[in-house]
Ligand binder design. Sequence first.
Ligand SMILES: C[S@@+](CC[C@H](N)C(=O)[O-])C[C@H]1O[C@@H](n2cnc3c(N)ncnc32)[C@H](O)[C@@H]1O
Length: 178
Amino acid sequence: MDVEKVFHMNGGHGEQSYAQNSHLQKKASDMVKHITLKSLAEAYISTEPESLGIADLGCSSGKNTLSTIREMVEVIDKTTSNTPPPEYRVYLNDLPTNDFNALFKILPEFYEELNSERHIRCQKQVSSVFIAGCPGTFYGRLFPNKCLHFIYSANSLHWLSRVSAVGSIASHKNTSRT
Ligand SMILES: C[S@@+](CC[C@H](N)C(=O)[O-])C[C@H]1O[C@@H](n2cnc3c(N)ncnc32)[C@H](O)[C@@H]1O
């Protein structure tokens, strides 16, 4: 079975959707959020790019990924309180079967909320935030050279690796038997 083509979280925003059933995952990433944000700030300070490239590997289709983006933008805006903040390029990666449309549909509302919060906080012209979907497996090449400064992943990297591990154990056993 080609896991990458069939494996996905339940899309949409209904009762059974990942979006409505991912509170535990949010709790788990919140527990290490301070580390994530500190690492992002350090990565930004060490390069100070005009255009900051961030990728979320295994973003799924709920609001968890957007909540993390909001906090990332906030932390960098604060880091640059005396200088213009960078523009933000955020690449949301997941498998092609992920419900990216559900995510894209909530983007206009997200941009509006984010920018009004930023206007109030910064009291100045805020920089642009560009969010794009990037379908594909993170076991392969996803991005062109030199476009990312920070790569983030929450509750995702173990998924297929576990399946792959089971796959290779099974094939190893089969080979041993023959
Ligand atoms: C439990 S969800 C986590 C979603 C989100 N990051 C969060 O914290 O709520 C795991 C996501 O990883 C994705 N995923 C698993 N293996 C992947 C791979 N090889 N490449 C890209 N995404 C993958 C799944 O499709 C799924 O949407």
